[in-house]
Design a protein around this ligand. Structure first.
Ligand code: SAH
Ligand code: F3S
Length: 503
């Protein structure tokens, strides 16, 4: 426990971008209430886990982390142990049944309650649980009301990098893919009004943010109707593109059927919008897609890609795949391999099917592909994707790419090099089409757009040299103001480290 009156919070975040954003917002709210961040669990007054339920593995890791916290809680009874996010919504009271030393359980639709619940615990009111309604336990309106979008003021010092930010377009999902627990734990799809999204973006840019990534479970299904006028994702992109000082705009995740031509044209025509589309196919077989209840065929997916590539020939397309879904045969799996090889995705996030209670597949389809077969198919698909990624990356060698410099490469982060603001370090950034580039450059270029000559390519990244005329660029003021706290929110652990961070 800290000796001062300031309480210290340790937070570990796993899962998707939505969780990274939620953690940023919860931390900012607690900071306004006098809390500080700590990077070490041992000296924390509160330990929070912001959790993910998409796969069993992510849940198992949190339950074992909770097991490790038990001793600390026994020694320091005042320690507040919190489970936030999707597992809180899914497991509810079960969390305290398995780990009675947990004080706080808060679902993703109730995060605005965290500061007052923490106060209640500190004043001796005992454990607190706050979750939203189950999707079938009320009218649509009641359920919608119980999942509140959480969009308080932002705090640049609470982001992994102050010049990049996520902005939510909508919460929840109504697609109900057979394998997916998200509609259950994140609730009904609810759009935020366009003016709120644009106003939040304007404020972020005024505070020094250069890149905004719009996030929604199916971001391109965005739709807001107001007095006869309907706003779509393409309208949001037009609004963001007009913000002075903003350099780059991205949006994830896309649903194949909602990849409309107005959106494709917006990506083509708006200069700040990244030519990068994450639009998960999930599988290469029509039969499996049907069992997954994805709502499209491979023919329709290819038609969508055709429209995209006709408008933007060099667009980078990435995907998610599930291997070993219920009943997947060798022949069906071979179609996923074929899709990866023909489409040549920039990268794919590949997952072994994990049955999730509360989904249609869990209730009605047997998880009958043995773990050893899932493993082998996962390896084969990774291998095919690595080949496609390498081939795609090689086309960039000897080209000049505009790169947003994000920070130290993982190599230099590990070595904890401190070359000072003018010394060279190995830095990393991303191209307009979301490819990772590593290069040696002065630290003061972090947060800037620079031109990089690409000299070599691997499957997961490009390497190059900063073009000379930019190496002496002037630093940005906001970088000098951002204190050491910027690295204290942990970037989510990806299930496939070699693919680096999903963005
Ligand atoms: N639409 C959201 C969240 C979907 S979950 C987004 O992409 O941000 C992310 C990915 O996890 C899915 O695209 C799918 O490929 C994978 N996934 C979802 N449920 C799964 C399950 N039960 N087993 C294995 N992978 C799963
Ligand atoms: Fe999940 Fe399908 Fe929605 S993958 S998040 S139910 S689009």
């Amino acid at each position: 426990m800290s000796m001062s009156s300031t309480k210290r919070l340790f937070i570990e975040t796993v899962g998707c971008q939505m969780n990274v954003l939620d953690s940023e917002l919860v931390v900012a709210a607690l900071r306004r209430q006098g809390w500080d961040m700590t990077a070490t669990m041992a000296d924390a007054d509160a330990i929070f886990f912001n959790t993910c339920s998409v796969r069993q593995h992510a849940e198992d890791k949190i339950y074992s982390a909770l097991g490790r916290v038990r001793k600390q809680k026994q020694k320091v009874p005042k320690l507040i142990v919190g489970v936030l996010g999707c597992m809180a919504q899914k497991d509810q009271e079960m969390i305290r049944a398995r780990a009675p030393w947990v004080d706080l359980v808060v679902g993703p639709g109730q995060l605005h309650r965290v500061p007052s619940l923490v106060d209640l615990i500190q004043s001796g009111s005992g454990p607190q649980l706050e979750v939203s309604l189950d999707r079938k336990s009320g009218s649509r309106l009641e359920v919608v009301d119980s999942f509140e979008s959480y969009d308080p003021d932002r705090d640049a010092t609470m982001r992994p990098t102050p010049f990049q930010a996520f902005v939510r377009t909508q919460t929840g999902c109504d697609k109900f893919c057979a394998f997916c627990v998200v509609p259950r734990v994140r609730g009904p799809e609810q759009a935020r009004p366009p003016h709120a999204i644009i106003a939040e973006a304007e404020k972020l840019v005024a505070e020094g943010c250069r890149e905004i990534t719009l996030i929604g479970q199916t971001v391109n299904s965005y739709r807001w109707s107001d007095g006869g006028k309907t706003s779509r994702l393409s309208d949001l992109l037009v609004g963001l593109n007009a913000i002075d000082g903003l350099d780059r705009i991205k949006f994830v995740t896309n649903y194949p059927r909602d990849m409309t031509t107005d959106l494709i044209h917006a990506v083509r025509d708006l200069p700040k919008v990244s030519h990068y589309i994450h639009v998960p196919a999930q599988h290469g077989s029509d039969d499996v897609l049907k069992r997954m209840k994805r709502g499209y065929t491979i023919g329709q997916y290819m038609e969508m890609l055709g429209r995209l590539r006709e408008a933007i020939p060099h667009a980078a397309v990435s995907s998610d795949f599930i291997v070993g879904f219920c009943g997947e045969t060798d022949e069906e799996f071979a179609l996923s391999l074929e899709l990866v090889k023909t489409v040549k995705f920039k990268n794919s996030f590949i997952f072994k099917y994990s049955p999730r209670p509360g989904t249609k597949a869990f209730d009605r389809q047997a998880d009958d592909v043995p773990e050893s077969v899932k493993k082998e198919r996962n390896r084969l698909l990774q291998e095919a994707q690595a080949g496609a990624s390498l081939e795609g990356n090689r086309r960039f060698v000897a080209s000049r790419q505009q790169v947003l410099v994000e920070g130290l490469s993982t190599r230099d982060e590990r070595q904890a090099v401190d070359p000072g603001p003018d010394g060279l370090a190995q830095l990393t950034g991303r191209t307009m089409c979301d490819r990772i580039v590593v290069f040696d450059a002065p630290l003061r270029l972090i947060g800037r757009l620079v031109d990089v000559e690409i000299t070599s390519a691997g499957a997961w990244s490009l390497a190059g040299n900063v073009a000379d005329d930019l190496a002496n660029a002037v630093p940005l003021d906001h970088l000098e103001q951002s204190g050491p706290s910027v690295h204290q929110i942990q970037v989510p652990a990806q299930s496939q480290p070699q693919v680096a961070q999903r963005s």
